[in-house]
Design a protein around this ligand. Structure first.
Ligand code: F6P
Length: 327
């Protein structure tokens, strides 16, 4: 080993995700049990630049496994995109005696991490924490399962009122550039259609799905619209629908940031716990600049570059399932 890791810094960055706390807890406890000191960096890269850093004991992470959000806060940091910001961050790392970083976040977090690792030769291990599930090399990201369940429950509730009033509901779902949340929530909640960026959907397809075509007996429908599948999101689809079909009573629901909140599901807590421990194990194995992933229920190390740049595909059978089940 080039040098021994005595102290790690852990931070959460980008959009928060349920299960991040479980990951912080696992990182902290796994590190301490291997004789490694843990420093919590507050507000992601911003805390590294501002030296907002505090040592954590095992007690500091007590009682948080069930809590959504992140106890060490999160932020999107513009300063870190500039070389001067990264220089300050490195100086603070040295000052704090931090030998390696554990970055919990998504695509943006890992893009920053990769650059920082290249510029300053800092060992960084990424833990995928995002509701979007858009990172290549891992079947699931922390927070995805919880968000999926949240969306499903919301759609279940909307179904009641949609049926009572015989309305078409257009429900806008988060996901940045990815349609995993939208498609899977649509399958789970029995939606009539899903509009996702990975597949072009034209108005006629939606019309068919909501009852004009295949099943005339349907008197209400729910269409899930991924936030960036179409300019203007669900509102834009509603406008198209209202113009083409003034006979439908259409309503829009934007689920928004409630999708990022709530107590993590058991799956997310377990995933986060395994990944947190694996991140420390990776450092002990002298891994550098990899993301912890899970494939077929086994922990894997994925180069950060691949996690960011390779495109994770929508499973063809799931898209097909959506079409088959919505008739
Ligand atoms: O990446 C997580 C996410 O919730 C995306 O689904 C969404 O597009 C984005 O973050 C919203 O970001 P913000 O909280 O900065 O508005």
């Amino acid at each position: 080993m080039e040098y021994k890791i005595n102290c790690i810094g852990v931070f959460t960055s980008g959009g928060d995700a349920p299960g991040m706390n479980a990951a912080i807890r696992a990182v902290t406890r796994a590190a301490i049990s291997n004789g490694i000191k843990v420093k919590a960096i507050y507000r992601g890269y911003k805390g590294l630049i501002d030296d907002d850093i505090r040592e954590f004991t095992t007690q500091d992470v007590s009682g948080i496994v069930q809590r959504g959000g992140t106890i060490i806060k999160s932020a999107r940091c513009m300063e870190f995109k500039m070389p001067e910001g990264r220089k300050l961050a490195y100086e603070n790392m040295v000052k704090e005696g931090i030998d390696a970083l554990i970055a919990i976040g998504g695509d943006g977090t890992f893009t920053g991490a990769r650059l920082f690792a290249q510029e300053y030769n800092v060992p960084i291990i990424g833990i995928p924490g995002t509701i979007d599930n858009d990172l290549w090399g891992t079947d699931a990201t922390i927070g995805y399962d919880t968000a999926l369940n949240t969306i499903m429950h919301c759609v279940d509730m909307l179904r009641d009122t949609a049926t009572s009033h015989e309305r078409v509901f257009l429900v806008e779902v988060m996901g940045r550039d990815a349609g995993f949340l939208t498609l899977n929530a649509a399958i789970a909640a029995g939606a009539e259609a899903a509009i996702i960026p990975e597949r072009a959907t034209i108005l006629e397809q939606i019309e068919e799905a909501i009852g004009q075509g295949r099943r005339k007996s349907k008197n209400s429908s729910i269409v899930l619209v991924q936030e960036h599948a179409i300019d203007g999101g669900a509102q834009a689809v509603a406008k198209m629908m209202e113009e083409a079909h003034p006979e439908y009573s259409t309503r829009v629901t934007i689920l928004g940031h409630l999708q990022r909140g709530g107590s993590p599901t058991a799956n997310d807590r377990i995933l986060a716990s395994r990944m947190g421990i694996a991140a420390i194990q990776a450092l002990l194995e002298e891994q550098r600049n990899v993301m912890i992933g899970v494939q077929n229920d086994a922990i894997v190390y994925v180069p950060l570059t691949k996690a960011i740049h390779e495109k994770k595909d929508i499973k063809a059978d799931k898209w097909a399932a959506m079409q088959i089940l919505s008739i």
